[in-house]
Design a binder for this molecule. Structure first.
Ligand code: 0X9
Ligand code: ZN
Length: 314
């Protein structure tokens, strides 16, 4: 078999199987039992690395066409496994492609390059798929998602009706001490946190979430010069209901939950072209996102270890 090395795999878009095999072979990485099966019967692969007391979960590939997301998720994993200091602070759980059916469909000659949703059929229509990022069980089916089965933001027949959303929900709830979550998407270069469902008000942890997003954006700017926006999802971008960060923050209680919109910048691309950057963007995206992760999770660790635990409080 062809050897999977960082020197070669980030020079092109890779299959789900190749990305999974590469991560499985990294030092210190354990492949976990599949977290669930998709409509087409693919295993949703998850991996664990690190020995720290706090857990961080991150995933790519919720949206099929956003190819830079699984690639960047894999690149970041390859970098984090070498960071002994961070691995003492956190245990990381990575799902490189949450929507492997959709990803395979966008790569297949007989498929659709710009398909976004999963591949579950909808009754009474030829329009395929639910938007996994509108299918989570917080403010599900409220404004910011569509009831139209043909819409790219179709919220599905029930909250957590998709195998992908329900598998991620069960998985994250099964992990102890989960303090962080990152959902990697593209494109438009933004670091976002709850809430997406409302554009008014601020969440309870706004100040620390904001500081984390600013530090991440600053680290990206220092690494590549790219300018990422940051802030509350709806206030910075547009309204979304039933998305990952609103669910993780409000329903699961994962405080440091972020959606990261990767390259390209919305000033540099428009329409579907933004989902199809040149392969030469993979390594720079991986480098800047690694810098963002280091800045963010080291900041978060400082916040957590500065908080007195109940037993040591006066
Ligand atoms: O709409 C989405 O699901 C995400 N953008 S994407 O282009 N990758 O589809 C954005 C989710 C983040 N939340 C908000 N922008 N409110
Ligand atoms: Zn997306």
């Amino acid at each position: 078999p062809v050897q999977l090395t960082a020197a070669t795999i980030f020079n092109d878009w890779q299959s789900y199987e190749t990305l999974s095999a590469f991560i499985a072979g990294l030092p210190g990485v354990t492949q976990l039992p599949s977290i669930g099966k998709t409509y087409q019967g693919r295993d949703i692969n998850a991996f664990k690395f690190g020995t720290g007391p706090y857990a961080v979960v991150f995933n790519g590939g919720i949206h099929a066409r956003e190819w830079i997301s699984p690639a960047t998720t894999t690149y970041v994993t390859d970098q984090l496994v070498k960071n002994a200091d961070l691995l003492k602070k956190f245990t990381f759980y990575v799902i490189p492609v949450l929507n492997p059916d959709g990803y395979a469909y966008t790569r297949a000659a007989s498929g659709q390059r710009y398909h976004r949703k999963n591949l579950e059929p909808n009754a009474g229509t030829s329009c395929i798929g639910t938007d996994i990022n509108r299918n989570f069980d917080y403010m599900w089916s409220k404004p910011g998602a569509s009831s139209d089965q043909c819409s790219d933001t179709y919220y599905g027949k029930a909250a957590l009706s998709t195998a992908e959303a329900s598998s991620l929900s069960k998985f994250i709830k099964s992990i102890p001490n989960t303090v962080g979550y990152v959902d990697l998407h593209s494109y438009s270069e933004m670091f976002l946190f709850a809430n997406g469902y409302t554009c008014t008000g601020q969440v309870k942890d706004y100040d620390t979430l904001y500081k984390g997003s600013k530090l991440a954006a600053d680290a990206i700017k220092a690494t590549s010069g790219e300018i990422f926006k940051y802030g509350g999802s709806c206030a910075t971008s547009y309204k979304t209901s039933g998305d990952t960060v609103d669910y993780m923050y409000n329903a699961v209680g994962v405080t440091y939950s972020y959606t990261l919109e990767l390259r390209p910048n919305e000033n540099a691309a428009s329409g579907t072209a933004g989902f199809n950057p040149p392969v030469s963007e993979i390594i720079p995206s991986g480098q800047e996102t690694t810098a963002a992760f280091l800045a963010l999770w080291n900041y978060v660790y400082g916040q957590l270890s500065a908080t007195p635990s109940p037993s040591t409080s006066p």
